[in-house]
Design a protein around this ligand. Structure first.
Ligand SMILES: Cc1cc2nc3c(=O)[nH]c(=O)nc-3n(C[C@H](O)[C@H](O)[C@H](O)COP(=O)(O)O)c2cc1C
Length: 225
């Protein structure tokens, strides 16, 4: 008998976590998560993920570099990202998601300083002791490879959840890919797609109770036949 109940519990209760305890995760646990994520499927089994795990003083150094680059307005992502590209229902969902986050943080729409402080927490990895940075080699238009990294990322996140850990995928980290390559000595043959900050979620943090919700499957799925 398949244990679909525990699968459902893990998938449906995983949340983007935006406040972590500083307690480090034992290295055996991190290795176990990485071994799980390695089982993600990929086009022709190319396994194109190049993952950098950053902890300890290097994590602090990286956070400083990211905050510095952000302060200087040095955003230079390897892949474009513009919220203005989201049209129609996708734009509406993005706006609703931003509003729900600021509401739970009790930050008013016109409070630009409060919003900026909330944004900057991305670059301190929301207090997480570890961050996994997802890099990839470049093939063709890179879309298939990015799909493979998405498969890897979700497997990583679900493994964290199943092991009592928590994480948050972050495109925002990739806005400063050149700074990250410089701090970690990564070749520019590899491009960065997103990062995942991870550790133990802070159970007392209200922000971690945010339930982003999902559209009904009827909005996403068309049955034929
Ligand atoms: C690829 C990817 C990148 C994301 N980047 C960020 C980010 O930079 N900062 C952030 O606060 N949330 C980020 N998120 C989290 C999403 O906002 C979150 O997954 C979504 O609102 C659904 O909420 P849930 O993960 O709690 O179900 C990202 C999610 C994904 C999948």
């Amino acid at each position: 008998m398949l244990d679909t109940t525990s699968f459902e519990t893990i998938v449906r209760n995983r949340r983007a976590t935006r406040q972590f305890l500083s307690t480090p995760v034992p290295s055996e646990q991190i290795t176990a998560v990485l071994r799980d994520a390695q089982h993600a499927p990929s086009n022709c089994n190319t396994q194109p993920w190049n993952v950098h795990i950053v902890s300890g003083t290097k994590r602090d150094e990286l956070s400083q570099a990211l905050l510095h680059a952000e302060e200087k307005g040095e955003a230079a992502p390897d892949f474009s990202f513009d919220m203005a590209d989201f049209f129609g229902i996708y734009g509406e969902r993005a706006q609703a998601s931003g509003k729900a986050l600021y509401d739970i943080l009790d930050i008013a729409r016109e409070d630009r300083i409060g919003r900026r402080e909330a944004l900057l927490k991305n670059f301190d990895f929301f207090g997480a002791p570890h961050v996994a940075l997802m890099f990839m080699p470049t093939f063709g238009d890179n879309v298939r490879t990015a799909g493979d990294l998405g498969m890897y990322g979700q497997t990583f996140l679900l493994s964290l959840k199943a092991r009592g850990l928590a994480g948050i995928p972050q495109t925002s980290l990739s806005f400063f890919a050149p700074s990250i390559r410089s701090v970690l000595g990564i070749s520019d043959e590899y491009r960065m797609l997103f990062g995942i900050s991870f550790g133990y979620g802070d159970p007392a943090a209200v922000v971690n109770r945010l339930d982003a919700g999902r559209a009904d499957i009827s909005e996403s799925v068309i049955f034929h036949g």
